[in-house]
Design a binder for this molecule. Sequence first.
Ligand code: DX5
Ligand code: ZN
Length: 214
Amino acid sequence: MQTKIAPSILSANFINLEAEIKQVEKAGADMLHLDIMDGHFVPNLTFGPGLVKQLRKTTNLPLDAHLMITNPTSFIDKFIESGVHYISFHIETDSEYKKLLDRIRKSNVKAGIAINPDTSLSKVQNILDYIDYVLIMAVHPGFGGQKYIEDCTQKIQEISAMISKRNIEIEVDGGINYKTAILAKEAGANILVAGEFIFSSNNYKEVIQGLRNV
Ligand code: DX5
Ligand code: ZN
């Protein structure tokens, strides 16, 4: 499977967001990672479906919404309507997973479950038939620019073994750079999210291609 690179706009310059998105698109990004934070599930706030809807008009890249919100059930329809291609919500939330994942899939959006560094994979086993991808957090969610937690590499290996031959993608989010991209990729990840590493560079193309080909 070819590695997909998903720049996280959390580290982009929001004043020039449209230009930033066009630049990563031109630089070869495969999708755009959107971090949705509610100030409750995580200690930070970002943006909601209104902005996503506008972003939809500025790019052809598939949009990947990562919902770090306490109550995904209340917002799922709005994100579906905003035109995203991927939606993940956290397994640590008190949600009716199967129902929610089903609703996402029925709208022709890829359904994903996100897992924090301190959460075990045990609950994932019985929802394997309901997901298109797993998002393994390699940092505690809330902020960009954090350090990759090394233990997560083993977790990627575990999920990789668990999904076996199923058509489920593995996305890794947090602290990705050339060094950690190798670890994540070798462990079985095929989607790498990178925020700070891409947007702090002055050559998006070199970094995106570099990450893809590590
Ligand atoms: C953290 C977010 C990440 C973040 C990754 O809560 O989910 O998507 O933007 O940023 P970097 O690559 O800077 O760790
Ligand atoms: Zn994210």
